[in-house]
Design a protein around this ligand. Structure first.
Ligand code: ADP
Ligand code: TYD
Length: 206
């Protein structure tokens, strides 16, 4: 399963993950790499169906426990159908969010469930990225960028500023706890400056 490389982008809603994941995919593809650009929740037909259950509706729609199970179910399908086959053929998989999002978001809403998140990950996923970019920025600015998109997927964004502050702290802690694979990227800069840093780390010998 480890022939290819799994690169993930993480951070709060609106911080620029999709933009940067797309730019890195384009840059690596233009150099001849086999690249699969994907996202969570989603990334396979079954997981995209589960995504709709998760991102639409009121913030109280699911309990924290049910939410963890749904995110893990979606990730398992994504892993089986999209990520694992691509890694086995040697591709670079770039995923806009992965397991760190569950650790941070579900951990931020109910810290006592963090152990359960880790147990489920070990039992059902058992795969960590080779490289993770955590885009760090002021939650108010990220929230404004996210809401400007008008996507209709606002269930998590509606959880408010206090929740987004905990998410930022959660991602920063995760980066310092996993310095071998995580790079904290300053997301306040312009798109090209951020992309330049990311590309230098992901492809140090272009
Ligand atoms: P995410 O995937 O993290 O939610 P997006 O990449 O979709 O974030 O970006 C959210 C919005 O902010 C988009 O409209 C995007 O064009 C814009 N954006 C992304 N990066 C930057 C940046 N560095 N500076 C200003 N605007 C940005
Ligand atoms: P996403 O589509 O990446 O939102 P955005 O582009 O706005 O960042 O993810 C949808 C929401 O799901 C987002 O608010 C984060 C949340 N989420 C979790 O709470 N746990 C998870 O495991 C994942 C993958 C996402």
């Amino acid at each position: 399963m480890n022939a290819g490389r799994l690169i993930t982008f993480e951070g709060m809603d609106g911080c620029g993950k999709s933009t940067q994941a797309g730019l890195l995919a384009k840059s690596l593809s233009s150099k001849g790499h086999d690249v699969v650009l994907t996202r969570e929740p989603g990334g396979s037909p079954g997981a995209e169906e589960i995504r709709q259950l998760l991102v639409e509706g009121s913030p109280e729609r699911w309990s924290a426990e049910t939410e963890i199970l749904l995110f893990t179910a979606a990730r398992r399908d994504h892993l089986e159908r999209t990520i694992r086959p691509a890694l086995e053929r040697g591709a670079t998989v770039i995923s806009d969010r992965f397991a760190d999002s569950t650790r941070v978001y579900q951990g931020a809403s109910r810290p006592e469930l963090r152990a359960l998140v880790d147990q489920l990950h070990d039992a059902m996923i058992g795969k960590d990225p080779d490289l993770t970019f955590i885009i760090d920025m002021d939650p108010a600015e990220a929230l404004k960028r996210g809401l400007d998109r008008n996507s209709g997927e606002h269930r998590f964004e509606e959880m408010g500023q206090g929740f987004q502050d905990r998410v930022r702290t959660g991602f920063r802690t995760l980066a310092s706890d996993n310095p071998d694979r995580c790079h904290l990227i300053d997301g306040h800069r312009d798109i090209d400056a951020i992309a330049h840093d990311i590309s230098r780390i992901a492809d140090p010998h272009p």
